[in-house]
Design a protein around this ligand. Structure first.
Ligand SMILES: *Cc1c(COP(=O)(O)O)cnc(C)c1O
Length: 246
């Protein structure tokens, strides 16, 4: 994707976000944009940085590590602003150490053992790390907590301040991959309802954010209360799963 295309796409997405905020009676600027750069090269991230986009999402730790280490090592020489990275893909325990080192936030927490591992690794380097709890709301997606009981067990531990290096932010989900808009609305509204329940039953956890909405459905997500949309294809173009990213 050419340089100007990325900055044009970013401008267009921001315009659409602003329109969707207005249409749903939401405050201007209440929805943040996470640019999902997975399978796109460091050059594309650099172009987005130059266009004023500072928050990025990656779903594979190894790829994120290579790309963002490269960018950070060259940021002074290239006069780049700082890139902020969120891990958004399902995370194996043996990747947590790296993930905690390179990211400010892990959006894909889906089990208690992962919280324990994140706390352990964050404590080792004395870093606070933000988390979102990924909730399974759509039929086709396999990731995320599948039942409320296991999620509430995790949240209870968080509320008891068992994880001092973890900063709980909110909930994350992926809507089902479908043309049926009512199913997409249903998936996002169920996440919002769950957040309200968390705020009532676990106020100490301090959850406030809803990470929902991707290229195809972010406007629906904003209508349903999203505070953070994760957009990849509409900014960087189609992903080429064969190409090397560095
Ligand atoms: C890839 C990905 C996105 C972005 O998807 P697009 O359809 O390209 O916008 C968002 N969230 C997660 C968890 C992803 O893995």
């Amino acid at each position: 994707m050419s340089e100007s295309a990325i900055s044009q796409n970013l401008a267009l997405i921001k315009e659409k976000i602003a329109e969707a905020e207005k249409k749903s009676g939401r405050a201007a600027g209440s929805v943040k944009l996470c640019a999902v750069s997975k399978f796109h090269p460091a050059d594309s991230v650099i172009e987005a940085l130059r266009a004023g986009q500072f928050l990025f999402g990656e779903n594979r730790v190894q790829e994120a590590c290579e790309k963002f280490t490269f960018i950070r090592e060259h940021s002074q020489e290239l006069k780049l602003p700082q890139a902020n990275l969120h891990i958004i893909g399902s995370l194996q325990s043996n990747k947590v150490k790296k993930a905690v080192e390179i990211a400010s936030c892990i959006q894909s927490v889906d089990r208690l053992s992962l919280l324990e591992e994140i706390e352990k690794r964050a404590a080792q380097i004395n870093k606070n790390i933000e988390v979102y709890f990924e909730i399974h709301t759509g039929e086709e997606s396999k990731s995320g907590y599948a039942d409320e009981t296991s999620f509430f067990q995790s949240l209870e531990r968080v509320s008891k301040k068992d994880f001092p290096h973890i900063v709980p932010k909110g909930l994350m989900t992926m809507a089902p991959f479908t043309q049926d808009k009512s199913l997409i609305h249903k998936s996002f509204s169920s996440l919002r309802t769950l957040l309200e329940k968390c705020q009532k039953e676990f106020p100490e956890a301090g959850l406030t954010e809803l990470s929902m909405g991707m290229s195809g459905d972010f406007e629906i997500a904003i209508e349903e209360g999203s505070t953070l949309v994760r957009v990849g294809t509409a900014i960087f173009g189609e992903r080429n799963y064969q190409e090397k990213t560095l």
